[in-house]
Design a protein around this ligand. Sequence first.
Ligand code: NAP
Length: 248
Amino acid sequence: MGNLSGKTAIVTGASRGIGRASALALARAGAQVLVHYGSGEKAAAAVVAEIHQAGGRAEKVAADLRAPDGPHALAKRVRAIVGDRLDILVANAGISKAATIEETTVEDFNDLFAVNVRAPYFLVQQLLPTLCRGSSIVLLSSLAAHATVGTLSAYAASKGAIDTLVKHFASALGDRGIRVNAVAPGVVDTDMSNFARSDAGRDFTLGIQALKRIAQPDDIGAAVAFLASDEARWITGDTLHVDGGSKL
Ligand SMILES: NC(=O)c1ccc[n+]([C@@H]2O[C@H](COP(=O)([O-])OP(=O)(O)OC[C@H]3O[C@@H](n4cnc5c(N)ncnc54)[C@H](OP(=O)(O)O)[C@@H]3O)[C@@H](O)[C@H]2O)c1
């Protein structure tokens, strides 16, 4: 029996990377996990199968979070499965795009803010009726919101918006006993940060970190599971830097 036994959780973007690791960490701690995906149905099914094999409870749920009504559709599906009680919401799904100021297009900018900011905002809004005293919301920020790393100004701004939302959500929902936090990873070995798999990318990454290895998705999933748990009961409105001491 883990410390999240009997709890229900949704992790967006759980088909791959940090979301997958977060879903597995929550399931290991005993939560029933809804594994959300966009286009990676097979990958999401594999995450669900891995949780089932370990004796846990999981189900996959699809929604395109770039669509304006994506969060609303997802919330409806989540409510159909968990009913009126959701304990943990991890809004992890995200996209990035490396581009200089000159290269950034209106379409790229809109997509970044649609998936990284608008979707978490309206998912929280739509799932609020199911969240209750003791529920925990975890959003995904980034080192890029706090330091210049690469040509990521529009992406970085979307993650800066997450840090701002965390404070407003935490303040607004505190009297309902709902905690809201973010984790801000540095460079993590996922499809999004695959540049770190090249020699130059690896050298750059190790050069900005105090701890000298490339972060794995599990390193972030552990922090997500901590913030979701009662061990973090007095932490709200905060962004936890989970980056091996990057850009100190
Ligand atoms: N990796 C890093 O170095 C790093 C650092 C700081 C912050 N972060 C943040 O951590 C989060 C996870 O990143 P990651 O590296 O794990 O990314 P990833 O490996 O690229 O995975 C992205 C996930 O988001 C989902 N997703 C993307 N667009 C979607 C859409 N339109 N609708 C529904 N789902 C969508 C994908 O689902 P499908 O594949 O099923 O479509 C996938 O599960 C993001 O918010 C990212 O900004 C990552």
